[in-house]
Write a protein that binds this ligand. Sequence first.
Ligand code: MTE
Ligand code: MO
Length: 375
Amino acid sequence: DPYANDPRRHPALIPSAEKPYNAEPPVSLLMQDFLTPNDLFFVRNHLPVPNIDPESFNLEIGFENGKMRGLTLDVLKKKLPSKTVATTVQCAGNRRSDMVKIKPVKGLNWGIAAISTAEWTGPTLNSVLRACGVDIDTVDCGHIQFEGLDKGPDGTIYGASIPIELARMLKDDIIVAHQMNGVDIPKDHGYPLRIIIPGVVGARQVKWLGKIVLSKDESTSHWQQRDYKGFNSSIDWHNVDFDSSVAIQFLPVQSAICEPEDGETLDDDEEVTVKGYAWSGGGRGIYRVDVSADGGKTWTSATVEPNGQSPYKSWAWTFWEVTVPIPKEHEGKVELICKACDSQYNVQPDSVEGIWNLRGCLSNAWHRINVQVPK
Ligand code: MTE
Ligand code: MO
């Protein structure tokens, strides 16, 4: 069993798959802390968790046509200036279960908690490359590829890449991280090293980082080329051409209701206090979250808790809260809806129909839950 050495996990995590292990925290715990505790951080593994010896570990950095440098953990931790960034990591498949309701898709049936936030510490990608004599602003390459040390029984390795323009834009906030919330990154999240690329889809933030390659080409990895891309709602598995679409990088604006939970019975029939999270990719902060208890006819804007980051470099989520009146003619149940607006005034689409895609990625329609109201 290639998964026999996988780490022990927190019993509260809700698995969507066991081998490889994938799990999200219960919604009731998601908003307990702004920084998600490491053992409750959602887990998205495609392969067995590798066992890496920190003593012999060497991060390889180079160009396609030859290894240029190897950096030990000691050098990465002690010789280079370190930076800490609080960022939210979201899987492209977060809230996929809402898409499945329209039409089946291929993918893990994530609820609303394939998203978590941590403070990541390590040298910046910029300083790591500079230590190798590479100037990220002038280097002649098209993409920066990242390779994981996790390997499938058939030899498959996990890899991803970002275009060099994206790397330049984010260079001071891309972290070659060795710490997560102040401790060594746990095994499930990439021990001993992981690349953190704020504002970008989880899939590019390669765990168990073993290699950084400056290349003229994108990563040829399955997950860069044949997964984690968007398509229109008429494309299905018979006519899909993965080469016709672009790999997802920045994620769109997202929000979800965590309290009350779907199906819950309220204890009041006049008003309800609604809480949730909101986040957008690309460093876009959250300007507003609106909540409706009458199917979207009327809205109340929530109090959005500042996350301490600029709306133009907002890497972490925000929590919000609002009390809304319950309509008189509720017949024992109401639908609660939330939608967020980010700092580029992007809003979430009102329904899933127009954004449905065969992989169930980018599921960010208005979040709707149903609750029972006491008579
Ligand atoms: N890196 C490696 N090496 N192997 C993986 O399977 N999964 C990716 C990304 N990095 C993955 C990886 C995906 S799809 C996501 S959403 C995030 O890691 C999840 O990070 P987490 O498990 O720390 O929440
Ligand atoms: Mo993911």
